[in-house]
Write a protein that binds this ligand. Structure first.
Ligand SMILES: [Zn+2]
Length: 211
């Protein structure tokens, strides 16, 4: 069983106290689902001393490994990448629907499909290497029609529905939609093999090794 602290979109002040008080001491991994200041994630990595995997959101700057504020030190930006850690096969898909012409980490539905095809190619080779199907897809955006909203800025990406169909991850963890969703029952949706969870603002999740 792997215990994960997943976070997205909003800094929760109480997290600092909980973390220093040892509340998350049995957490094995930290996942960032986007739109968080990287200093917040870096703080949690330094306190909990566990690996961090994250994707950028539309409020994060363009990723640049040489600029300190554009990535989380000590973490791995999983955008369009795969990883295998603590018995879990992970992949990431950052960003959301394009709603501003000059916005960063924003993609039209069509651009998102191209990104998804790139990721699917990587998933196929990783699946052979790791000998298993995808366990967790970490995204910023929700899929289209699931936990998303009518307004353009909060419309889900259809490319994620494609990834769910093709890769059948056991979990898809996302952020981005939170302004109108106070009903926690709406935060988890099962579709086929995949449990889709809205992480906003944070969740502790236990995932078995799936074997
Ligand atoms: Zn967002």
């Amino acid at each position: 069983m792997t215990k994960i602290l997943a976070l997205s979109d909003q800094v929760v002040d109480r997290i600092y106290t909980l973390a220093t008080d040892g509340h998350f001491r049995d957490v094995d991994l930290i996942f960032g689902c986007g739109d968080l200041p990287y200093t917040y994630l870096e703080y949690l990595v330094s306190i909990l001393n566990v690996p961090l995997y994250y994707v950028p959101g539309n409020h994060n700057p363009v990723y640049n490994p040489y600029r300190s504020l554009s990535h989380a030190e000590g973490g791995l930006n999983l955008d369009l990448k795969t990883a295998f850690i603590q018995g879990l096969y992970l992949a990431g898909f950052g960003g959301c629907i394009r709603y501003r012409p000059d916005g960063v980490n924003q993609y039209t539905q069509r651009q998102a499909f191209f990104r998804a095809y790139n990721l699917i190619i990587r998933l196929l080779s990783s699946q052979i290497r790791y000998g298993r199907k995808l366990d967790v897809l970490i995204t910023h955006s929700p899929p289209f029609g699931i936990h998303d909203e009518e307004s353009l800025a909060h419309q889900g990406l259809r490319a994620l529905n494609l990834l769910i169909r093709k890769a059948q991850p056991r979990y898809l963890l996302h952020g981005h939609t939170h302004f109108y969703r106070n009903n926690l029952e709406d935060a988890v949706t099962q579709t086929g093999r995949t449990t889709i969870m809205n992480i906003f603002p944070y969740k502790v999740i236990e995932i078995n090794d799936g074997n």
